[in-house]
Design a protein around this ligand. Structure first.
Ligand code: ZN
Length: 598
């Protein structure tokens, strides 16, 4: 890999502060804390009163709170970016700690507002939300209120919060510490190696089948060696979730997640059913992949085997051209915004030691602009990553007018623009190559991405549903019970197209989402399938779709996903809607089969 392909491409953070020792950082932190204390003196006891608060007072309070949070948010975002660019200097870590501690003090000073707002009766709250004076913050105020039936009294909340550190949170941390210290012994083509979890998982992408199989066996052995502990952690946390749900009056194990995602249960059910009805597409793809690899049928450890030959390195300059051309072909405005990121140095792309791995786009604060971090090595995947993060960047850029409290979207909509950006680049590249073999490689890449983000995530969700349901109805589960549920959920996805080896039944045991954020996974499927549907709308409506799409992005998190999407003619509660996203996936599988026949 060419680590030099993005040399010198670093960001310029001076739009936020001059440097980590800029005195304005502490000035902002101090001023925010003073303002938060003043906020307390002005508004405490004024929202939840017998006299009922005026809409003007509530609107003023929220506007004040927003400006205070934005001020401290600027310092926090800056500290985080400085730290991400180079984690080594202790001063960078200290800056993160200092800004976080101060932000937490600021939030504590203003927490009473939320509690008083929740304490109001429904009629009063509704009257305020409907008042034109509160129009700007309507969604923020409504979103808070939705937690009202699930919040306990202050002393109860305090006890739950304190005991969580030695309860659920402690088990989650135990899981992290155990799984991150696991050592897997793998024989890689005659060389014995001791690898951590990401090391052993990376071997599943190896060209050599024997290496993939040995890696899979090693992962299984490592998990099985800890089966007692991992099984206990799962049982405990699934039970803890049930207790939480009972105390907070959530009926279904997924309800709390749906509330955070601002999505209805019926919508998620429709999504799950639509995906499960098209497992045949996944199975057809894996049969095709088996033929291309000369392995029939594939085993679970063959799913990530690479199909493409080594690709030439793509320079940073070329990446810029590809992304801008792909964005520009969709909308000149998208190209303009993305070009600002490149031209005004809002991107850090260079690979260097001390820099955080992976990629992200930070929205920072609406009074500034987003920044993007990638680790660019010149692979095709890196170009896709740049397109993905710039999608987030454009979304965050356009939604700034919604303000600090309402610019960001819930998880369900958070990946819309990023996956759409990937789709634009995919279509652009597909349109620029004629060679059938190259087209087939691009298609297979995209199909495998979609399987991973849609079908696999829905399968994980189905397993999780069964797991929580079984624990609630049958009591503590044996490890074999959990293995069986995992195996059944996966067998439904892969059918006879992929042989699940005996060891695969243990592979539930390392997935962190199950432990840290129950039912997180379906949001990935929601996001990806939504984008396939949006892209299909674009294909049908052409240029007429563009302004609708840009409006959707500009709306940020100012309403629920269901309402925002309804404005552009999409009803996600209609089970038929998801077919619109599955249709282009079906076309891709057909096309891959056709190209492979040649
Ligand atoms: Zn993303």
């Amino acid at each position: 890999m060419d680590q030099e392909s993005a040399t010198g491409i670093t960001w310029d953070l001076t739009d936020l502060y001059a440097g980590p020792d800029d005195p304005r950082i502490d000035q902002d932190l101090d001023a925010a804390l003073t303002a938060a204390q003043r906020f307390g003196r002005t508004y405490r006891g004024k929202v939840h009163t017998a006299a009922q608060p005026s809409p003007t007072l509530v609107a003023d309070a929220v506007a004040t709170m927003e400006s205070i949070l934005e001020r401290v948010g600027r310092a926090c975002a800056y500290a985080d970016l400085v730290h991400a660019a180079d984690v080594t200097p202790p001063a960078h870590g200290a800056l993160v700690a200092r800004t976080q501690e101060r932000a937490s003090l600021v939030r504590q000073e203003m927490l009473f507002f939320e509690l008083e707002w929740l304490a109001l009766d429904d009629d009063t709250a509704q009257r305020i939300v409907d008042d034109p004076q509160c129009h700007t913050y309507r969604h923020f105020l409504r979103r808070l209120r939705r937690y009202r039936p699930h919040v306990l009294s202050e002393p109860e909340e305090k006890i739950i919060e304190e005991k969580a550190n030695t309860g659920g949170r402690a088990f989650a941390r135990l899981f992290d510490e155990v799984t991150s210290s696991l050592v897997f012994e793998v024989d890689v083509a005659g060389t014995p190696q001791r690898l951590n979890e990401s090391g052993v998982l990376a071997l599943l992408y190896d060209r050599r089948r024997a290496v993939r199989r040995t890696a899979a066996d090693a992962l299984t052995r490592g998990l099985q060696a800890n089966e007692l502990l991992l099984g206990f952690v799962f049982n405990t946390l699934v039970h803890d979730h049930a207790v939480d749900d009972r105390l907070r009056s959530y009926r279904d194990p997924m309800d709390a997640r749906h509330l955070a995602n601002e999505i209805g249960a019926a919508t998620v059910q429709a999504l799950i059913h639509a995906c499960e009805a098209r497992h045949d597409l996944v199975q057809r793809y894996y049969r095709l992949k088996g033929r291309l690899l000369g392995i029939a049928p594939l085993a679970d450890y063959d799913r990530y085997a690479p199909l493409d030959a080594e690709m030439p390195v793509i320079s940073w300059e070329r990446c810029r051209e590809i992304v801008l051309a792909a964005y520009g072909a969709f909308a000149p405005r998208m190209r303009e915004i993305a070009a600002e990121f490149f031209d005004r140095r809002w991107i850090d792309a260079q690979v260097r030691t001390g820099k955080r791995g992976g990629a992200f786009s930070s929205s920072t604060v609406p009074s500034a602009h987003p920044y993007v971090l990638v680790n660019y090595t010149g692979q095709l995947n890196d170009v896709t990553t740049v397109a993905h993060e710039l999608g987030h960047g454009v979304h965050q850029y356009l939604s700034r007018p919604q303000g600090y409290l309402q610019a960001d979207t819930p998880l369900t909509m958070a990946e819309t623009a990023s996956v759409f950006g990937e789709m634009l680049v995919f279509e652009y590249l597909l349109g620029s190559v004629d060679d059938p073999a190259a087209r087939l490689r691009l298609l297979c890449n995209k199909i495998e991405d979609t399987i991973a983000t849609v079908f696999r995530q829905i399968t994980l969700t189905r397993f999780e549903q069964q797991l929580h349901h079984a624990r609630r109805t049958r009591g503590e589960l044996s490890r074999e019970d959990i293995c069986t549920l995992w195996r059944e959920a996966n067998a439904a996805l892969y059918g006879d197209a992929v042989t699940l080896t005996d060891g695969y039944r243990w592979w539930w045991a390392y997935i962190p989402h199950f432990v840290h954020t129950p039912f997180y996974c379906y949001a990935y499927g929601f996001g990806e399938l939504l984008v396939l549907a949006l892209y299909e709308m674009y294909r049908r409506a052409g240029a007429a779709f563009v302004p609708q799409y840009l409006d959707l992005l500009a709306a940020g998190g100012s309403d629920t996903p269901e309402n925002l999407l309804r404005r552009i003619g999409i009803d996600v509660t209609d089970p038929g809607f998801w077919e619109l996203g599955l249709a282009p996936f079906s076309t891709m599988v057909n096309e891959a089969e056709r190209l492979a026949m040649r």
